[in-house]
Structure formats: structure tokens, C-alpha cells
Design a binder for this molecule. Structure first.
Ligand code: AHR
Length: 357
């Protein structure tokens, strides 16, 4: 019998680990987006949903997922208010839900603070509040939160860039960052996670501006950056796919090459269908998923609450990290809980694009 060397055993074990993690992550995503055909509510419910807006493909996917799950067929009348990124409109929508005496309030908060008084009103009216997507940081008057661990998305992006630069022999990292809306926990978390690597690795961050999570915002900021910093940057971090589309439009207009084989590495977040298409064609180098398919889990939470089953205070969506090239099979890093994790980097193929949202 052939005895394997310690090195070979280690490589074999890490391959098994990556395989198992891939299966877990893919299965986890599928189960989060699965249908809840078995859920039957005991009574008809009226649910008010104060949604952020319609700024991105991700947002539309989340809205559709919630609409599909909290549907008439499932015994729910859903009143959806698209707040168009306006905090006052979102607050008004919630006050209106309280006045109407809805059975549940669902909030995807535009910003993470300024909620204390409103949520106290919901509590006084005995209306359970479920927070989805972004977090609320200045009130505990809600039953549960369901969404993404944004800091881990930023940490994973940082670890991927570190490994990618090592692999490609890139010595200097000069970053331009286009963030999402300031004050949103999506922006806070991704910035906090990625900036840890800027600090640890001594990377140079040239500038960082708010592109408001929109394609127009991404283009507007990148036009400014191109005028100001042409020839000085080799990495762009775009905190969502729609801004990356605007950024690429601007880079094209300025004759700057990007993506695989280009002068500038592009990192994005969301992994929506159009984003993964850009990874597949090599325009975006890596895309860190933010999973918007939260509807089925929302329905399950409501059903549990209706049945008097205690729900956990937090549910985190499972997410996958994608890249264009097959050179970094996995990343190992300390996540926001301080745990050392090894996660696969999935190379985008047609199937991944088809399965996206
Ligand atoms: O809160 C999630 C973020 O908000 C997504 O990254 C972005 O696309 C959306 O608008």
C-alpha cells in the first residue's frame, strides 16, 4: 500500500473541505430560495412591507421574492410601499401601517438608525415587526431580523484580492471605492470588512465616494474618478452590481481596460444575473453574493410566530463568492464572529448565471 506524504494528505483534506463547503453553500442558497408549499396559515393576514426602493436588480429580486411568498395563495394580503430611498417616506409608511392595524410590519430599513420612536409605536400597538435585509442598530423593538452578514462579504472580498494579487504577482494595490448609501448597514458592513484588509495589507485607498447603489451613481462617481485619477488606480471596489455597470460604462468612455487581462481589477457585490454575466465574460473579476431571496424565510418566520413557535433573533442568508478565473479555489479568513472559515470561490459558468436572480 502506498503511504501518502503529510503534504499530500493536507492537500487531499483541503480539497474535500472545499468540495463539502461548495455543496453546503449551493444547497444552503437553494434552500433559502425554496418554496414553502407546506406552510398553511391559520388565519388570513394583512402585512405591510416598507421596502427601500427599486434602486438595483438585487432590490427587485428581493421585492419579487417577498411578493411571491407573502401572497394571496398563502393567505396574506401584502401592502407594499416602495419608499424610493426616502427615509421620511419609509417612516410615514410605517406610521400608516400602525394606524391601519396591520397584523405584521416588514421593514427593509434604508438606514440603520433613527428607528427608536417608530418601533416603540409599533410595540405599543402590539404589531410585530420583522426587519429584513439591512439591520436596525438603535432599537430592539422588533421580533427578528433576516438578512446578510455584510461585514463578511467585505472581508471575503479583501481576502480574495489579497490571494489574487499574490497569485498574479501584483505588488501595488491602488484602490478606488464606490460605496452604497452612507448610513445603510450594507454600506457600513462591506466597508468595515474590506477596510480591515486595506489596513492589514497596507493597500493604498485613493478615494471613496457614495454611488447610492445605482447604475447612474456608479457612472457619475467613476466619471469624476477618471478625470481626477487616470493612470493611478488598478482596483475598483463597487459595492453593488448596478454601480459596477455604470462604472464600466465610464471606463469604456475613458478608454480604460478592466477585468481579466485588463489594467483594472473590478470587485462587485450582489451576484445578480446581469452581474454574473459580466463575471462570465471576464469584465468583473469577482462578485460577492448578497442573497435577496428572503421571501420564503419571511413566510416561515410569520408562520412560526402565528403558531406560537419561538423564532431566533437573527437569520443569516447563505451566500456564495464568485470569480471569473479558476486560480483561487478557496479563501480562509476570520469572519465577523472571529471564527476562522474556509470558503470556496466558485468560478462562474452558464448554470450559475441561469440560477441567479
Ligand atoms: O441592502 C442590500 C443592498 O441594497 C444591495 O447590495 C444593493 O444592490 C441594494 O440596493
Amino acid at each position: 500500500m502506498r503511504i501518502l506524504s503529510a503534504g499530500k494528505i493536507k492537500r487531499f483534506l483541503s480539497l474535500i473541505l472545499v468540495f463539502a463547503m461548495t455543496a453546503f453553500m449551493l444547497f444552503g442558497c437553494a434552500s433559502s430560495s425554496g418554496r414553502n408549499d407546506s406552510i398553511k396559515l391559520k388565519r388570513e393576514l394583512y402585512v405591510g412591507f416598507a421596502q427601500v426602493g427599486h434602486e438595483s436588480d438585487w432590490r427587485s429580486a428581493e421585492t419579487n421574492s417577498v411578493k411571491e411568498a407573502l401572497s394571496k395563495e398563502n393567505g396574506i394580503t401584502l401592502e407594499l410601499v416602495d419608499c424610493d430611498n426616502d427615509i421620511d417616506v419609509q417612516r410615514e409608511a410605517i406610521l400608516d401601517f400602525i394606524e391601519k392595524g396591520v397584523d405584521y410590519i416588514l421593514i427593509a430599513p434604508i438606514v440603520s438608525t433613527g428607528w427608536d420612536d417608530i418601533l416603540e409605536k409599533a410595540e405599543d400597538a402590539d404589531i410585530p415587526v420583522i426587519v429584513i435585509d439591512r439591520t436596525i442598530d438603535d432599537s430592539e423593538n422588533y421580533v427578528t431580523w433576516l438578512g446578510s452578514e455584510f461585514t463578511d462579504e467585505g472581508l471575503a472580498a479583501g481576502e480574495w484580492l489579497k490571494s489574487y494579487a499574490n497569485e498574479k504577482g501584483i505588488k501595488e494595490i491602488n484602490i478606488l471605492e464606490v460605496t452604497g448609501n452612507k448610513g445603510s448597514s450594507a454600506e457600513n458592513g462591506r466597508t468595515a470588512g474590506f477596510h480591515k484588509y486595506i489596513e492589514y495589507e497596507g493597500w493604498n485607498i485613493i478615494d471613496s465616494l457614495d454611488g447610492e447603489f445605482t447604475e447612474e451613481g456608479g457612472k457619475r462617481i467613476m466619471d469624476l474618478f477618471c478625470e481626477e485619477y487616470e493612470g493611478q488606480f488598478n482596483v475598483i471596489v463597487s459595492q453593488n452590481d448596478n454601480m459596477a455597470f455604470g462604472i464600466m460604462e465610464s471606463l469604456d468612455a475613458h478608454g480604460i481596460s478592466y477585468g481579466v487581462g485588463g489594467d483594472v481589477i473590478i470587485i462587485s457585490f450582489d451576484a445578480c444575473t446581469a452581474g454574473l454575466k459580466k463575471v462570465l465574460d471576464g469584465s468583473i473579476n469577482a462578485d460577492f453574493q448578497c442573497n435577496p431571496l428572503q421571501g420564503p424565510d419571511c413566510l416561515k418566520l410569520i408562520s412560526d410566530l402565528e403558531n406560537g413557535i419561538e423564532v431566533q433573533p437573527e437569520t443569516t442568508m447563505s451566500e456564495t463568492w464568485y470569480a471569473a478565473e479558476d486560480i483561487i479555489p478557496s479563501i480562509t479568513y476570520f469572519n465577523s464572529m472571529g471564527e476562522e472559515v474556509t470558503e470556496p470561490i466558485v468560478v462562474v459558468d452558464e448554470k450559475a448565471v441561469e440560477d441567479a436572480y
